[in-house]
Design a protein around this ligand. Structure first.
Ligand code: HMG
Ligand code: MG
Length: 302
């Protein structure tokens, strides 16, 4: 098996993780988390989203968080922008990358962003144009690429369709997201293959939630296909307010532990990463949702 020699992880904890917390996390804590993640060697961090505060109040401090970060050179800071209103607000915070997010399921598109898949693409079109004009990279996400809380199983053809639509409007990179964490390795490979009909392997990433404990297996199945970019979440934070029951993203700590063991380079210091996950988990008054973190913390305390 030829695994990629190097993997890039995008920590989406500050956004995907904290968007789903019942307790309001102060901007200062979010900023500290970002600082700890970049100190641990993360080169890309999804910081926040410029969405409606009526829909997702957890991200209302988006501009404050972006302004508070002491940027480290070589680190890319990305934010979610579902429409021009979000983009115009986001651009004042100088993101390196914006993320437009569509769904492979019509029902999820309606619940999550209040429009059809086709309408969402029309909302993204000017965002992509404006971003490119300002030299801001554009990443796309395809939610519910394997399963949907409202429609059930999603056929790979749906993923191929959305990937094609994203490609047509100029989205540079596509993330295949198992939003509710129902995917298993072969199904995830089919979804990735569908996206690969329109995107090169270097422009594609996997985003796996761990609801059913499959995310590490799905990551390995992706690596076998040559996929080398993944969204992960420190301490396994995460979820989506419009996907009830879905738990966090695969923990960055667990993925780094696996990759270290496979001799795959990430540039991430696992000890500092564990500290970052412990920091945010302590704030949230819970234990990190990561087996690797738990094992390493137990070892430290032994
Ligand atoms: P809408 O209601 O259809 O928008 O919302 P609208 O254009 O009709 O405007 C209605 C109101 O929203 C107006 O305010 C606008 O100003 C405001 P009002 O006049 O009523 O006071 N508005 C905004 N405010 C702030 N920022 C904006 C914005 N746009 C309009 N950008 C919208 C459409 C997309 C904004 C809304 O549905 C929304 O915010 N949804 C939340 C989406 C979200 O954040 N979901 C979670 C992230 S996606 C995810 O987690 C999945 C992912 O991780 C991958 C995976 O795992 O699948 C990415
Ligand atoms: Mg997600």
């Amino acid at each position: 098996m030829n695994y990629p020699p190097r993997v890039k992880l995008v920590d989406v904890g500050p956004r995907d993780g904290l968007q789903n917390e019942k307790t309001m996390v102060p901007a200062a804590v979010k900023i500290e988390l970002v600082h700890r993640l970049q100190a641990a060697g993360l080169r890309e961090i999804e910081v926040t989203s410029f969405v409606s505060p009526k829909w997702v109040p957890q991200m209302v401090d988006n501009a404050e968080v972006m302004a508070g970060i002491q940027r480290k050179s070589g680190v890319r800071y990305s934010v979610l922008t579902p429409n021009m209103q979000g983009f115009e607000a986001a651009v004042l915070s100088r993101p390196d990358e914006v993320v437009v997010f569509a769904a492979a399921s019509e029902a999820f598109s309606q619940r999550n962003i209040n429009c059809s898949i086709a309408e969402s693409i029309e909302r993204f079109r000017p965002v992509v144009e404006a971003a490119k004009a300002q030299n801001i990279r554009v990443r796309g996400a395809i939610s519910c690429a394997v399963g949907c809380p409202y429609e059930g199983e999603i056929a790979p053809e749906r993923v191929a369709l959305v990937a094609r639509l994203m490609k047509n409007i100029g989205v540079q990179h596509i993330g295949v997201a198992d939003t509710i964490g129902v995917g298993t390795p072969i199904k995830v490979q089919r979804a990735l293959e569908a996206a690969l009909m329109h995107y090169a392997i270097d422009d594609l990433s996997g985003h796996f939630h761990d609801t059913y404990g499959q995310a590490l297996g799905n990551t390995l199945a992706s690596l076998e296909m040559g996929v080398w970019q993944f969204d992960t979440s420190s301490a396994g934070l995460g979820g989506c307010p419009y996907a009830k029951g879905a738990t966090g993203n695969v923990a960055t700590e667990d993925v780094v532990y696996m990759l270290n063991g496979m001799g795959i380079e990430t540039g991430i210091d696992l000890d500092l990463l564990v500290d970052a996950g412990k920091f945010i988990s302590d704030f949230l008054e819970r234990k990190p949702n990561s087996r690797a973190s738990t094992a390493l913390l137990n070892k430290r305390n032994a």
